[in-house]
Design a binder for this molecule. Sequence first.
Ligand code: FAD
Ligand code: SF4
Length: 328
Amino acid sequence: MLRLPPFRYHRPTTAAEAVDLLGEHAGDVMPVAGGTDLIPNMKHRLFEPGHLVALKGIEELKGIREEGGVLRIGAGETLTSVATNSDIQGLFPALADAAAHVAGPQLRNMGTIGGNLCLDTRCTYYNQTEFWRGALGYCLKKDGTVCHVTKVGKKCVAAHSADTPPVLMVLGATAILHGPDGVRELPVRDFFVADGILNTRRAPGELVTEIRVPLPARGFRSAYAKLRQRKAIDFPLLTVAVSAELEDDGVVRSLKGVVTALGSKPRELSGWDDLATGHVLDGALIEDLAARAHKQCHPLENIIVDAEWRRAMVPVYVRRALERVTAV
Ligand SMILES: Cc1cc2nc3c(=O)[nH]c(=O)nc-3n(C[C@H](O)[C@H](O)[C@H](O)COP(=O)(O)OP(=O)(O)OC[C@H]3O[C@@H](n4cnc5c(N)ncnc54)[C@H](O)[C@@H]3O)c2cc1C
Ligand code: SF4
């Protein structure tokens, strides 16, 4: 049996109180929302905070509502409520779909969209028990000095493995952060950095309190496709999110694509607008876009499934996502 390390559990009722607790115990504290990732990680001794600040009791982190041209989603909303909310299903089907594909039903009932945005990166050599990691001499990300993936260098390349962030990026969403210096807004496309150890721009003393998604313009569509080993519960081996603004006749006004689970941050596919703007999104164009995505993506051996196979799947899943956009 894997046991949790000892810690003190704090139950604030406001975001301000939670931020104060993060400041008071700085360096030895973490926020916990659904706990579906953090608690197993603590059992594996990947994190050993002496204090946990629970977010579940904070009402400000709840609610999904339209206001001022955006859909406001509280960071504490569960993935089940994001997946089943009728506004999200109607306005942003790709987001509902991505949330519905995280883990399994019990984990979605506990896990939150804020926790999904702040999810730790994953790696074959990291998401293991302490005994397993110790037998290998640990690694850069925790307790060691080498990277077993790259073998050389001082950079961790663990994989960004969350399903909703790529979709939030193509939807142009913004994260609202509360910290000791007040509130700031950060576009989700700027939220991540290519560092497998600390892969977000969120400071340790900050909380994500809300995600704001701009309401879609006429002709806006979004879609999502996920590759995983078992359809019931697995983390992504590859996730593709796309959004398009189309004229009534199907001509592309703008097109965005993001892939993840390959490197330490979600990757925006470049050169799509040049190829697609002003053209109908038909089979030939979809093939060209899929081929361009394949050229840009070079997964590493950071998760257990063969990197070359995952690369070969990139055009397949890009094609699927684009076909879903045209089918809406
Ligand atoms: C078997 C299994 C399968 C899984 N499959 C998937 C999958 O397919 N796709 C996927 O994306 N995830 C998967 N997960 C991971 C996890 O369940 C989800 O990512 C979930 O959304 C995490 O949310 P949470 O509220 O439980 O986060 P927690 O576990 O509570 O927290 C995760 C991290 O985010 C931080 N955090 C949480 N909320 C906030 C906030 N509001 N502000 C600042 N920091 C915060 C925590 O400190 C912690 O570092 C899986 C987990 C398990 C155990
Ligand atoms: S990529 Fe390297 S440093 Fe990062 S978790 Fe994996 S083995 Fe460790």
